[in-house]
Design a protein around this ligand. Structure first.
Ligand code: ADP
Length: 253
């Protein structure tokens, strides 16, 4: 089984998204797609007169922003991807973590005095429910929203959603997890497209982090990738959205 996570910049770019969905459709066997959509949420919020507040690249999700991300991730982005997959013959079904209780989370407590608002830290992913669905020959398309079991939707990092989904499915399948985004993989020099780092281990990650080679959104992405490997996901790759065949990019071991 292959889990593909589609990064925010790719969701925004119609040409890149089209190619990614074509390549995703061509992947043999069972598969799951997990998407982000932060940039689209920022645009929609702006049109509604709601300001996006970020701290270190992480969104503060107040009550108004929770409504926006629920609409944008769970509706606009998710259903457009589902419709486009249907057009290429993939019987997709759009889900949030609340659907079938697939991913339950807990509202993040204050961190260093910062209140991130309605943001969920994953507590439990139900691989069995997903597996049963997948075995009916449908392809889940998962939006980065979870629920707390008490009726509240929570905004959840899409890289974490992908990692938790892959980990939960690893109990039933041989799982490959592919993080796709706009660069060829993890780069030694982010401005040099020929500087791909072919393999990252927990040890080498510590060095790349300490010397500043890896920063920003790539830090939690690699953390999530390593967590997936450590929890039994067979192969984890960070690669370009136009190269999701499992033979390119940075292998996380
Ligand atoms: P996503 O597109 O999946 O939402 P993020 O924006 O969270 O991903 O993280 C990817 C970003 O990480 C890249 O756009 C890039 O700016 C940044 N980054 C930092 N260090 C590196 C690196 N060494 N190699 C590649 N990207 C890096």
């Amino acid at each position: 089984l292959t889990v593909v996570k589609v990064g925010g910049a790719v969701v925004e770019d119609d040409a890149q998204l089209s190619q990614l969905l074509r390549d995703f459709s061509a992947i043999e066997g069972r598969k799951v797609l997990v998407h982000g959509g932060g940039r689209r949420a920022t645009q929609t919020a702006a049109r509604l007169g709601i300001e996006s507040k970020m701290i270190d690249g992480r969104r503060i999700t107040d009550r108004d922003m929770l409504e926006v991300v629920t609409m944008v991730y769970g509706g606009l982005v998710n259903k457009n991807i589902v419709a486009r997959l249907q057009a290429s013959g993939i019987n997709a079904i759009g889900l949030t973590g609340a659907d079938m209780n697939i991913i339950r989370s807990r509202k993040r407590p204050l961190k260093d005095g910062i209140d991130f608002g309605f943001v969920g830290d994953v507590e439990k992913a139900d691989g069995k429910a997903l597996m049963r669905l997948i075995e009916t020959d449908v392809t889940p398309v998962v939006a980065p929203l979870t629920h707390d079991g008490q009726g509240c939707i929570l905004n959840t990092n899409a890289d974490t959603m992908a990692s938790e989904t892959a980990k939960a499915l690893a109990a039933f399948y041989d799982v490959t997890l592919i993080y796709s985004f706009e660069k060829p993989g993890v780069m030694a020099d982010p401005d040099d497209n020929d500087s791909l780092i072919p393999v990252i281990t927990r040890e080498s990650f510590a060095k790349l982090k300490a010397d500043g080679t890896v920063s920003g959104g790539m830090l939690p992405k690699i953390e999530n990738a390593l967590a997936a490997v450590e929890a039994g996901v067979s192969r984890v790759i960070i690669t370009k959205a136009t190269a999701i065949d499992g033979r390119h990019g940075t292998l996380i071991v």
